[in-house]
Design a protein around this ligand. Structure first.
Ligand code: ADP
Ligand code: GLC
Length: 480
């Protein structure tokens, strides 16, 4: 049995702020259980729902040295859908209302978490063959493994993988502070290790010290080797390119299944979507106070409202797009200017724009099910899961050709009648609007072609099946 430990800051259904949580929660379920014992370790945040906390069992606790500090490390455990999940408990670090807060404090929090993960392994009596680290929060794990844990017999031969979900976030602060909170010596703060100009950089440490580096789509794996997408680490990623792989994300096909989804008004499938899917649209129109009209094209957005997702393009042409026969349903939270922008358009075009500025799992399923199209004009997108969810619900994605969006949405070809969505290349508001209008044209004037495309979208398979096999292969290669 090969033993794998996922270390991450988020995991559904316990805690989620974005796609990272979806991946950490759904990928471990998809491995071949006969051969791989995959477990997950995350922080026990105070803000995890009490329902889950009630199901955790206490394993043990100890006190751990972290530089000059001594910190409590509690370990809790629960099994969810066949996967063992460990939780690291410390109320000082994980007591906030949200998983992340002040950046400096988060750095200390995840230095603690990374060291605690390694320290906890003998206590839980689980010696992984591979520790699979996700994003900057766990970037110090491969570093610590080669540092203070290197001499421990227990840790000999443990391999590490660093998966980059988003290179934008790296965990960066001045060297003196990082040295103090991470408890690492001067040795680590040279440009070939954690030093990044005058700062210390967790993710850089992870990329330098991990045995393998992966990211969440082929295109993003190529993009990050260039200065624009590389966020200052493109040189390092080029240098490590023989150890860098792109493995595209999947989604949980049980959780996101229009035929059984409990959150949506009317279940539907590839066989009956022509009649049934639209009932979700009219139900949502009623619920949100939009004009109730089954024929009106509805475009959805479910997203963190940040620059990454291309909202400046939308802000530039939203007034114009609202003159068309379309409705927009937005579900998201994030930067205040984008929250207010959508509130403004909701106020201005009440019958055709609905801005839902909050987080709701249930509402998100309703939007994926109800809309005809889904707009995601990202500036960059390591993979993107929302477009995969949309495809699953026969909601055609309109995307910019970057990262995982390029790899998962095949643009409509009206001559050959192929494709599963619409896409545009340049980061340009009018190019985006032109593509939205092209989609409107197909929706209104070529309904048969549109429906065939919906059928194709619902037929593509972005469950974890294929990608889990690729990770398995990677584990096998590493373990040897
Ligand atoms: P990212 O991880 O960059 O935010 P992804 O597309 O990979 O983007 O994943 C986003 C995930 O978060 C999806 O599961 C999406 O449905 C969910 N999501 C984003 N905003 C909201 C919201 N306001 N309410 C519910 N779910 C949301
Ligand atoms: C990040 C990326 C997103 C990706 C997700 C899961 O949040 O922004 O594109 O789908 O991680 O890998």
């Amino acid at each position: 049995m090969k033993k794998i430990l996922f270390a991450a800051s988020e995991c559904v259904p316990f805690i989620k702020t974005g796609g990272l949580a979806d991946v950490v929660g759904s990928l471990p379920k998809s491995f071949d259980k006969e051969e791989y014992d995959v477990r997950v370790i995350i922080p026990k945040y105070m803000c995890i729902d009490q329902k889950w906390k009630d199901q955790m069992t206490y394993i043990d606790h100890f006190y751990m040295d972290l530089c000059w500090r001594k910190q409590y490390v509690g370990i809790m455990e629960l099994e969810y859908e066949g996967v063992k999940i460990y939780f690291i408990d410390n109320e000082y670090y994980f007591g906030g209302e949200k998983p992340y807060s002040d950046a400096r404090y988060d750095l200390e929090k995840f230095a603690f978490f990374s060291r605690a993960v390694l320290s906890a392994l003998p206590v839980i009596d689980f010696r992984p063959d591979v520790i699979h680290c996700h994003d900057w929060h766990t970037g110090l794990i491969p570093v610590y493994l080669k540092d203070s844990f290197a001499s421990g017999e227990f840790y000999q031969g443990i391999k590490t993988i660093m998966t980059i979900h988003n290179l934008k976030f790296q965990g960066v602060w001045d060297i003196d502070t990082i040295k103090d909170i991470a408890g690492l010596s001067d040795y680590y703060f040279t440009s070939d290790k954690l030093k990044d100009y005058d700062n210390g950089n967790y993710l850089k440490g992870g990329i330098v010290y991990a045995d393998m580096v992966t990211t969440v789509s082929d295109t993003y794996a190529e993009e990050i080797k260039t200065p624009f997408f590389g966020e200052g680490l493109d040189g390092l990623l080029r240098a490590r390119s023989n150890c860098l792989r792109g493995i595209v994300n999947g989604i949980d096909y049980d959780e996101y299944n229009p035929a059984t989804d409990k959150y949506i008004d009317k279940n539907f499938s590839k066989a009956n979507f022509r009649k049934e899917k639209v009932k979700n649209k009219t139900a949502l129109q009623k619920e949100l106070g939009l004009e109730v009209n089954p024929k009106k094209m509805m475009i959805g957005i479910v997203s963190r409202l940040t620059d990454q997702k291309g909202f400046d393009l939308i802000s530039c042409v939203m007034d114009e797009m609202c003159q068309d026969a379309v409705q927009f349903v937005i579900l998201g939270t994030g930067e205040e200017r984008y929250e207010n922008m959508f509130r403004h358009f909701d106020w201005k075009y009440g019958k055709s724009v609905s801005a839902n500025i909050y987080y709701s799992e249930e509402r998100s399923h309703k939007v994926y099910a109800a809309c005809d199209a889904f707009l995601m004009p990202s500036l960059f997108e390591p993979c993107g899961l929302s477009q995969l969810m949309s495809l699953r619900y026969g909601t055609l994605p309109i995307v910019r050709e970057t990262g995982g969006l390029k790899d998962t949405v095949e643009p409509y070809n009206e001559y050959e009648n192929t494709g599963t969505g619409f896409s545009f290349c340049n980061y340009n508001a009018h190019e985006m609007m032109g593509t939205v209008r092209y989609a409107e044209h197909v929706y209104y004037d070529k309904k048969r072609d549109w429906n065939k495309m919906v059928e194709r979208a619902m037929s593509v398979d972005f469950s974890w099946k294929t990608s889990a096999k690729k990770y398995q292969q990677l584990y096998d290669d590493l373990i040897g």
